[in-house]
Structure formats: C-alpha cells, structure tokens
Design a binder for this molecule. Structure first.
Ligand SMILES: *Cc1c(COP(=O)(O)O)cnc(C)c1O
Length: 473
C-alpha cells in the first residue's frame, strides 16, 4: 500500500470510526450471532492475490460487525467498562503508526520518559503518596503476576530465581475469595500452587476479609512450618465490589513481614475523586498497587498502572540482560522491560497523555461522579420496587439485584434470574451479566461507559421491568 492509499484509507477508517460511534446506540449491545456463524463466513484459506480495500471494508461491516458485542455502547452495563474514549482512540492510531517497541530506554527515550511521567500523574490523581514509582503493564493480571513473583523472590531471598522452587517449605498467599481470578492464575504461574492460596473468610458490609482470621491463618502456617509470603487485598472485587480494610490488612502484613499487593483494577479509577479515598485508606503502606485506566479512566485497552514501593525488588526479579539488549550505560535510565513479564512493549503512555490532557482531571472526576450517582439512583429505584430485590448495595457504580416476584421461592428465583439475564441480552437494548453472591444467582449492574447518560440508566430500568414482565406471564 503506497502512502497516498494509506492516507485515503486512514481517512476512511476515521470516518468509519466516527460513524460507528454515532450509530452505536441503535445496535444490539451484545452480539446476536450464534456459535460458528462468523467462522463459517470467513474464507477457509488465505488469499494469494491482493484484495481491494473496498472489499475488506465491506466484509468488516457485513461479516465482522454483526458478531461484535459493543463495549462502547451507552447501555453496556455488564462486567466492568472498557472505555475507548475519542482522545484515546486517536492516540492509539498514532501509536500504531509510530509502531515502536518500547522495551529499553534507547528503543524510544520519549516513550520511557513519558511513561515515567504518566505513572506519576496517575499517582497524584489517585492520591498515592510520593515514594511509589511504577510501570504501565499490559493488564492487571500481568501486574498481579509481577507482584507475586516479586513477593516470592523477596521471601526466598532470590533463591527461587537462582535454584528453582524444589524442596523448600510451601509459600503461602492470603486473600479472600472475592479477589479476581487473576490472583489464582498468578499463584499457579508463580509456582506457588492452588493449595497455597489461602482463602480468608469475609465479613461486614464491604465483604472484606476478616483480619482476625487472616492473622490466625498466618500464625497457623508458621507453626506448621509453612512460609507466609504475600497478602492480596481487594479494592473493588469483580463480583460485588468487595473492599478489604486495607489499613487493617497492612498492619498484619507489616507485623508478619508479608508482601502486600492491592488489586484495584476497576475501583482504582474512582480514587481520582477524593471523596472515595476512604476505601483505599492504608494503601500507602502497600508494596504494590494496580489499577486499570483501561477500565474506568477512559483509556482504551491495554493500560494498567502498576505502582511499586521498591522497584529494585521488581527488577531484581524480572530483569535479565542478555548481550543483545545491552546499551551504553546512561545514568538513571529506566529499561521498562525489566519491570514486566513480556520483553516487547507498546507505547501505552501516549494514549494516557492524550486522555488526561484532552479531558483534564476535573472532567474525568465529573464523569466518574455521574456514573456513581446514576448507579445509586437506579439501585434506589430497584430497592423500592415491590418485585425486585437489591442484593448488594452500590460500591461506587456497581450493585447487584434480582427479580423476586411475590410467591417465588429461592430456587425458583435463581432460575428466573438466569432466564431474565438471558432474555435481556437477547433483547439487545441493554447488556448485563450475572454472578453468585452467598449462593444466590444475582444480576450485576455497573455504570461506566464514556457514552452513558442518565437517560440510558433510566431506560435500562424500563427494559428490565418490561422483560421481567414477559417472563412472569
Ligand atoms: C478486570 C479485573 C482484573 C483483570 O484485569 P485485566 O487487566 O483484564 O487483567 C483483575 N482484578 C479485578 C478486580 C478486575 O476487575
């Protein structure tokens, strides 16, 4: 493709993107295609000869788009948001055009230095104190893995890296069952093993881990000759937004010399609003803290901010310097590949820089505050509705509810709500997902898309009642 064609088709892609956003509200939120439907329409073998861009674009519209779920839809209330705000999309186009691998300072000094600055902007925005540095990871899963690898090596005095994990006493990691499955995965990959992820029971209205039970578990493990290693605290769990009492957990982690990692993947973005920072009280004492601007800070995937207290512990764990990656020594230069599992790195800081400058902190706070307020409004309406039950109160912009018409029993309600969430998503006007809470099937509702308005949230309530009505009939 010559540069003139590149220009023409890039303009076409920009027009397509703006048209997509303009018309997105008219599409069903969740893809309505069945398994294999798209697969069957894609050529079985790759083409030998070039195909016209016109034809490729036509198939984007005709084949691909019907099979997409629209995460930027204003009535996307499922999972957590994955915002691609216009400034971040523009920066992502530029990032692709530049196409740099940002693994070493030398392979793009501006990418490294902008990343260092953006991490510090985020640190200030969410109210973490000075003394944390950080890196933009691909995902919260990647950050949690890097944190648990660091915890493992710190606990073992870096003998795990050197000698492998054979023969020593088991390392123990503590969390509640409300943490994300990325913790389970990291425990596996780090060689710690499922059996050594110790689940601490939760109590209280925030579904935080019982700190008395945490301490008892650590002491019992020590007495049994096991090696306590790390605690992973939840700040906004995925299921119902569980929040551990981080200050109380930090007391225990400090007292027992354990590494403390905080997973704030979703809720961390709301910490830009000072009125919610009570939820992170004690976070300044963590060794490691992750949140995803690619969820609720209007920056498209992938972009996870990973803050660490002691970067040397992280780079001692993950840094490897083969000869072909050596560069002339420069005083104080950071090579970010030593902070994460993959070597190759995208220029992720650019889109953050665009987003934070194009909106400014106050507008970002405003959007997050709106989402939270609208979620609370809707939760209030559901709590007041006779045939519905608010199951968990809003944590920021997430709550759970269920349809509970009079005369139905617990088991019947489980199947009724499973049917309701399916019927809603087949209907296509809104998109919701489910979880289980204390053994019951419940429907999650979160507000967080860049394009959502108060009217979309109100409309969701009308749709929920209408579709629930058809089930009962
Ligand atoms: C979404 C989420 C994750 C996983 O995030 P990725 O960036 O997709 O790895 C981890 N923890 C929590 C609490 C989450 O909500």
């Amino acid at each position: 493709m010559d540069n003139d064609s590149f220009r023409r088709w890039s303009h076409r892609a920009a027009d397509w993107s703006a048209d997509y956003r303009a018309g997105i509200g008219a599409r069903p939120v969740r893809a309505q295609t069945g398994p294999g439907e798209v697969f069957r329409r894609i050529a079985e073998a790759p083409p030998e000869a070039p195909e016209p861009m016109e034809a490729i674009f036509a198939d984007l519209d005709g084949i691909v788009m019907p099979g997409m779920t629209h995460w930027q839809h204003p009535r996307f209330f499922a999972y957590f948001p994955a915002n691609a705000s216009p400034p971040s999309i523009i920066a992502e186009q530029l990032t692709a055009a530049i196409g740099a691998q940002c693994m070493l300072w030398q392979t793009s000094p501006a990418a490294t230095e902008l990343e260092t600055r953006m991490i510090d902007w985020l640190r200030q925005l969410i109210g973490l104190p000075e003394g944390f540095s950080g890196v933009i990871q691909d995902s919260a899963s990647g950050a949690t893995l890097a944190a648990l690898l660091t915890a493992r090596e710190r606990t073992l005095g870096w003998r795990g890296n050197a000698d492998g994990l054979f023969g020593g006493p088991p390392l123990r990691v503590y969390s509640s069952a409300q943490v994300h499955s990325s913790v389970d995965k990291a425990v596996r990959i780090a060689g710690i093993g499922d059996a050594n992820l110790v689940r601490i029971p939760v109590d209280g209205p925030r579904h935080g881990m019982s700190v008395a039970a945490l301490e008892a578990a650590i002491e019992a493990d020590r007495a049994a000759g096991r090696t306590p290693c790390a605690v992973v605290a939840a700040l906004g769990g995925t299921s119902v937004g569980a929040c551990d009492d981080i200050a109380a957990v930090a007391d225990i982690a400090e007292r027992h010399g354990l590494f403390l990692h905080i997973d704030a993947a979703w809720a961390g973005s709301a910490m830009i609003c000072p009125e919610h920072r009570h939820l992170m009280r004690g976070a300044e004492r963590a060794d490691s803290f992750v949140f995803n601007p690619h969820k609720w800070l209007f920056t498209n995937f992938d972009c996870s901010a990973h803050f660490v207290k002691d970067p040397k512990a992280l780079t001692d764990t993950l840094g490897i310097r083969p000869h072909y990656l050596r560069t002339a020594a420069h005083e104080g230069v950071v090579d970010y590949n030593e902070w994460s599992v993959p070597l190759g790195r995208r220029f992720r800081a650019l889109k953050l820089w665009f987003v934070l400058r194009a909106y400014g902190a106050e507008a970002l706070r405003g959007m997050v505050r709106d989402h939270i307020a609208w979620a609370h409004d809707l939760a209030g309406m559901i709590a007041a509705a006779p045939d519905f039950e608010l199951v968990t109160d809003p944590v920021l912009s997430l709550f759970t509810f269920r349809y509970a018409p009079a005369g139905t029993g617990e088991e019947q309600r489980d199947s009724l709500n499973a049917a309701l969430v399916e019927a809603l998503n087949d209907d296509g006007r809104i998109y919701l997902t489910q979880t289980t809470h204390e053994g019951r099937f419940v429907i999650r509702f979160q507000v967080g898309a860049t394009t959502t308005t108060r009217d979309d949230v109100r409309a969701a309530w009308d749709v929920i009642r209408e579709v629930a009505g058809t089930l009962a009939a």
